[in-house]
Unconditional design. Structure first.
Ligand SMILES: CC(C)(COP(=O)(O)OP(=O)(O)OC[C@H]1O[C@@H](n2cnc3c(N)ncnc32)[C@H](O)[C@@H]1OP(=O)(O)O)[C@@H](O)C(=O)NCCC(=O)NCCS
Length: 201
């Protein structure tokens, strides 16, 4: 297994890899930090280092994850990784490269796109549809039948009621309570959630 990225998200992924008794060979990073736990080697990315490897893009930023995917998709394959403590319904569908962190709960008939981060202790209820390159932050909860479109970020501890659609690249702030549909690129905060601006993180 190879990690693309060698900072915070990669540290969490390394821990997950060890918990699952898997082996991390090395990391690649466009701007390598000085060190990584256990002094694992960090290289500048190249086709040779990624060719035919199983890779996880360990970067929290949805857009950067997508850029790296576009750059590397012809060279390597992408793993789906799940921490052993997560509950994931057998009726869940996953896209390649998505990761399920500790204590997550995913209930029946959820579909998750590729290269999503379903972060620690988040809850995704039945029949939600999660697009590609989405990040569901720690302790966020989605009720049933929610659609989260490509590139959206659901912040720490946010709650979204059933049947809502969260638009492409939308950002839901930490602790927000979302009671109505959110348009593409909107940034929403508060309880009840309100749009404060349109744009990126
Ligand atoms: C929503 C968010 C993206 C807004 O960031 P921003 O655009 O830089 O916004 P600012 O910090 O300039 O704040 C703008 C206003 O919104 C308020 N605000 C920002 N985030 C808020 C939040 N989560 N809840 C309530 N109000 C919030 C600010 O207090 C400020 O209010 P004011 O204009 O009355 O002073 C950010 O605050 C946030 O919550 N990010 C999520 C972080 C997260 O979940 N990380 C998880 C990593 S795993």
């Amino acid at each position: 297994m190879i990690l693309y990225g060698a900072r915070g998200q990669a540290k969490v992924m390394y821990d997950l890899i060890l918990s699952n008794n898997q082996l991390l060979e090395y990391l690649v990073d466009d701007n390598p930090p000085a060190d990584f736990p256990h002094h694992l080697p960090i290289y500048l990315p190249s086709r040779e280092l990624l060719l035919d490897k199983k890779v996880i893009i360990a970067i929290g930023d949805n857009r950067i994850r997508e850029m790296i995917y576009d750059k590397t998709k012809e060279w390597c394959s992408f793993e789906i990784m799940q921490h052993y403590s997560a509950y994931v319904s057998r009726f869940t569908e996953f896209g390649d490269g998505s990761v399920i962190m500790p204590k997550v709960c995913i209930n029946a008939e959820v579909s998750i796109g590729m290269h999503c981060i379903i972060n620690t202790a988040s809850v995704i209820e039945h029949e939600c549809v999660i697009g590609d390159f989405v990040h569901i932050s720690p302790s966020a909860s989605l009720a049933g039948n929610i659609t989260v479109k490509k590139g959206a970020h659901i912040g720490l501890g946010a709650n979204v009621i059933q049947g809502i659609t969260i638009g492409e690249n939308a950002v839901i702030g930490a602790g927000a309570v979302v009671l109505s549909d959110v348009p593409d690129h909107a940034v929403v905060v508060g309880n009840p959630g309100r749009i404060i601006r349109f744009g990126t993180l």
